[in-house]
Design a binder for this molecule. Structure first.
Ligand code: ADP
Ligand code: MG
Ligand code: MG
Length: 325
């Protein structure tokens, strides 16, 4: 997702989650806006450290406790996002499942840099899948988290950005900001509607440099896109997506980009991942089960399909629009 930027008011770029996060605030005096952005940046920095599965911190400690069969106490924010992840995972029928961290690691998608070399051996994958790690294995009593299955390894990568942008938007609102956009590569979240001119964003073309469509976000909306074109493993001329099917332990094939528009960023982000796993036949049913209405799916043969709610929102982009959706 790329912001089609109107004249900016207060604008800053932060480096968070291993990506650039652009924050633009409209209608707030600059000094107040900059202070609010600084606070949001500090909060997101903390979240990034606490929710990172593969760096020293709270989540890594929780994963170690789960592997050792011990209960572990987390803070309110992590408990909340884990409950949210478990609910979203259940709604997706387990297609979105942040408990598959061991599979993510086996494929090398946990590292900051894209993996190189061969895919993991089939026997390794089969053994991990056979241990059936699931979010439903988690027991969350207040702030105490335990798992009935020691194979659970939490990796929140598929919805953490959405959840974090939800929290960032809440921070900005609490600071008195009523009109802003947060854009974090693949995910965007707005507050307000940029005065009389809406915040516009574009959906990236998964096949080439450019965009396939634009849309105007309404107050409180989030748009999340998940694709196989930014993070993948290339081996033997084959591109392996970083989105894995928890049932098979294999990278998703067929769908190359999923965009979901929703008022909840965590749900949009989780759904964008789940619908890629669901595939071309099943994604509409999974979208309905997860409660997301506005979806755009692009397949590897270039086919674009959108739900009516999404179609009603898409605006053509001159020069980059491949045809009717
Ligand atoms: P992006 O990295 O573009 O935001 P996603 O939101 O789909 O893409 O997140 C992908 C990440 O989520 C992977 O790198 C991995 O850490 C994790 N993941 C992969 N497959 C799944 C899945 N089926 N359910 C939950 N998490 C997944
Ligand atoms: Mg994401
Ligand atoms: Mg996602």
């Amino acid at each position: 997702v790329r912001a089609l930027r109107p004249v900016p008011d207060t604008r800053e770029t932060l480096y968070l989650f291993g990506t650039l996060v652009e924050v633009e605030i409209h209608g707030t005096p600059e000094a107040e806006a900059r202070a609010a952005i600084a606070d949001v940046g500090a909060h997101l920095q903390t979240i990034h450290r606490d929710w990172h599965a593969w760096r020293p911190g709270l989540l890594e400690d929780l994963n170690a406790a789960i592997a050792a069969g011990r209960p572990f106490t987390v803070d309110d924010a992590l408990a909340r996002v884990l409950r949210q992840g478990r609910d979203l995972s259940c709604a997706s029928g387990g297609l979105f499942d942040p408990a598959i961290g061991a599979l993510v690691e086996a494929w090398g998608f946990h590292a900051d840099t894209p993996p190189e070399g061969d895919p993991p051996p089939a026997a390794t994958i089969a053994a991990l899948v056979a241990r059936h790690p699931r979010m439903t294995d988690l027991r969350i009593d207040g702030n105490v988290v335990r798992s009935t299955n020691p194979a659970v390894q939490l990796d929140l990568g598929a919805y953490a950005k959405g959840a974090a942008l939800d929290l960032a938007a809440a921070d900005l609102r609490a600071a008195g900001v009523s009109d802003a956009v947060l854009n974090a590569g693949g995910g965007v979240q707005v507050i307000g509607q940029h005065g009389a001119r809406p915040w516009r964003v574009a959906i990236r073309d998964p096949f080439q440099w450019g965009v396939v469509a634009a849309l105007s976000l309404r107050p409180g909306e989030a748009l999340h896109t998940s694709g196989n074109y930014e993070r993948f493993l290339e081996a033997g001329g084959v591109r392996f997506s970083h989105i894995l099917d928890p049932r098979k332990g294999q990278p998703v094939q067929g769908i190359v980009s999923v965009s979901v528009l929703d008022t909840n960023g965590a749900r949009a982000d989780a759904a964008a991942t789940a619908l890629g796993v669901a595939g071309a036949q099943d994604w509409p049913a999974v979208a309905a089960a997860m409660g997301v209405g506005a979806v755009l799916v692009i397949s590897d043969d270039g086919t674009m399909r959108a739900t009516p709610a999404m179609r009603a929102r898409l605006e053509p982009v001159s020069g980059g629009f491949p045809g009717p959706i």
